[in-house]
Design a protein around this ligand. Structure first.
Ligand code: SF4
Length: 233
């Protein structure tokens, strides 16, 4: 692939795949207005390959239910679309649609309170809720090569490692219908996703300073977090 010719939807000036005002029974958008880096131009073959996946057992219906859920998160009013429900309710509604009975929360120890509240809400809505926190196993950080001066609680104190692999294994063995990630650290979440063998969604990601809302730094990147936009060599 030529230099700078790789998919970059985040830099697309037209987003013609989404915003061309077509009719339901009309043709798809012309690619003339798509940029050269558009994946529809760079990798046209891959779309047929992906669409074939939807024909596999259960995949199309799962995708359909996800889109029905998406639809039900809006209300159409004369003055435009309005949003309806927070993600917690979206999780409940989608889990019901899929017929899920048993949900498995994989949470950070730092979000134990949130895990408790989420469990109560999900149980009150009729779900059985398995939960496992990151520190389960009580394995010291030295086991993965952390040095004394790399421990958050100080060099002389016991510090349990986060163990996303065992979290995933416990979630897998607990036969949950859906795993729900709650506030795992970057990297720990990557490992959890790698080892989780059941359908997986995310209710929240960790952001220690922004109330687990990392996008707040983007929304304020024109002001308080403008340093984030500084170019580094
Ligand atoms: S798929 Fe193509 S047209 Fe759509 S946002 Fe990406 S670059 Fe733009």
């Amino acid at each position: 692939m030529a230099k700078n010719l790789y998919p970059r939807c985040a830099k697309c000036p037209t987003r013609i795949c989404e915003n061309w005002g077509g009719k339901a029974d009309g043709p798809p958008p012309s690619l003339d207005k798509a940029p050269a880096f558009c994946p529809m131009k760079l990798m046209p073959d891959i779309y047929a390959e992906a669409m074939a996946e939807y024909e596999k057992s259960g995949v199309k219906d799962f995708a359909r239910l996800a889109s029905v859920q998406e639809f039900q998160c809006y209300e159409r009013h004369p003055d435009g679309l309005k949003t309806r429900i927070p993600r917690i309710e979206e999780l409940i509604q989608f889990s019901r649609k899929c017929g899920y009975k048993r949900l498995g929360i994989a949470h950070c120890g730092g979000l134990a309170y949130e895990a408790g509240v989420l469990t109560e809400i999900l149980e009150n809505n009729g779900f059985e809720v398995v939960s496992v926190q990151c520190k389960t196993g009580a394995v010291p950080k030295e086991r993965i090569g952390i040095k004394p001066d790399e421990k958050i609680v100080g060099p002389d104190n016991w510090e349990t490692m986060c163990n996303p692999i065992v979290q995933a294994m416990i979630i897998n063995r607990s036969k949950v219908d859906l795993a729900v990630m709650l506030g795992l650290c970057i990297g720990h979440d990557t490992l959890f996703i790698k080892y989780c063998e059941v359908p997986l969604t995310v209710i929240a990601v960790k952001d220690r300073v922004l109330g687990h809302n990392p996008l707040a730094a983007l929304y304020t990147s024109g002001t308080y977090y403008s340093r984030l936009k500084n170019k580094v060599d």
